[in-house]
Design a protein around this ligand. Structure first.
Ligand code: NAD
Length: 274
């Protein structure tokens, strides 16, 4: 069976470069999508406490019967659970819902700077990692200023920053910042929630390779060196999104897609969401 290549994190662990996202999936949909994904070769699943489907993810993992140490599971600390004590309690609650005794990656979901607690939360994540209940720790939706604050106050660098990233929002400066500090960039809404799939440039590149627009956009992420977690609950699309390891984009294709950047954000700005 085909598997995704992995990226080495700054703590030495490996993370699959392509995974399945399950935002806005119900418990039943998440269960089914996770089972389908694992059966066709995915080995990474991205959920969060706020998605209210961690139970379904856990059930899907159980249904597929893939050994625990072969699957990379990510969940996230919700904004209302920020703070040291709150985060220390939130992780066991997530593990309980997932039916797991550890997650591979635990992320602070948003910096929510108005709450003023992300540094305290980060200290809790470091503690949880030392206890072994999470293998790697990271953040999501952090800007360079938020990351700098973590470095300055704790000296602990996140392994991953999961941010909105697609052909219309390419996050070049942030990616350079990550590269400088050895942080892996993980793309959420990697398909631009479907928007990028109707783009003429993407459609042209897809026709040229005899592929679908989704496969071209996912391939672009892989060749840029970031992790991507496209979401679907449709079995055929889940499979389609994973059939991307047997072709490559050429320099012209990459340049054409790079040109689509227009700083178009779908989600909220990290400084203004809490
Ligand atoms: P996405 O870019 O993955 O787009 C998903 C949508 O694209 C699907 O709902 C479907 O409509 C369409 N689609 C998927 N595959 C397709 C295909 N092959 N052909 C045609 N259409 C297809 O958007 P997303 O769900 O927002 O992001 C992916 C994942 O990222 C989420 O499920 C979640 O795990 C994560 N995420 C994280 C954050 C965060 O704040 N950290 C925010 C949003 C999403």
């Amino acid at each position: 069976m085909t598997t995704s290549p992995s990226i080495q994190l700054n703590d030495g662990r490996l993370m699959p470069q392509l995974g399945l996202g399950v935002w806005q999936a119900s418990v039943a949909q998440a269960r089914e999508a996770v089972r389908t994904a694992l059966e066709c070769g995915y080995r990474s699943i991205d959920t969060a406490a706020i998605y209210e489907n961690e139970e379904g993810v856990g059930q899907g993992l159980g249904d597929a019967g893939v050994p625990r140490d072969e699957v990379f599971v990510t969940t996230k600390l919700w904004n209302e659970s920020q703070g040291y004590d709150e985060a220390m309690r939130a992780l066991p609650a997530s593990l309980d819902r997932l039916g797991l005794d550890y997650v591979d990656l635990f992320l602070i979901h948003w910096p929510a700077p108005q709450r003023g607690r992300y540094v305290d939360s980060w200290r809790a994540l470091a503690h949880l990692r030392n206890e072994g209940r999470v293998r790697s720790i990271g953040v999501s939706n952090f800007t360079p200023a938020h990351l700098q604050r973590l470095f300055d106050d704790t000296g602990i660098t996140p392994a991953v920053n999961q941010v909105e990233l697609h052909p219309y929002l390419q996050q070049r400066e942030l990616r350079h910042f990550h590269a400088r500090f050895g942080i892996v960039t993980e793309a959420w809404s990697p398909l631009g929630q479907g928007q990028a799939l109707n783009d003429d440039v993407i459609i042209r590149v897809a026709r040229k390779h005899g592929r679908t627009p989704a496969q071209v956009v996912i391939r672009w992420h892989l060749e840029c060196g970031q992790v991507a977690i496209p979401k679907s609950v449709t079995p055929e699309r889940i499979r389609e999104n994973f059939r991307v390891f047997d072709f490559r984009l050429d320099a012209d294709d990459i340049a054409a897609i790079d040109d689509l950047d227009r700083n178009h954000r779908i989600g909220p700005h990290p400084d203004r969401f809490f």
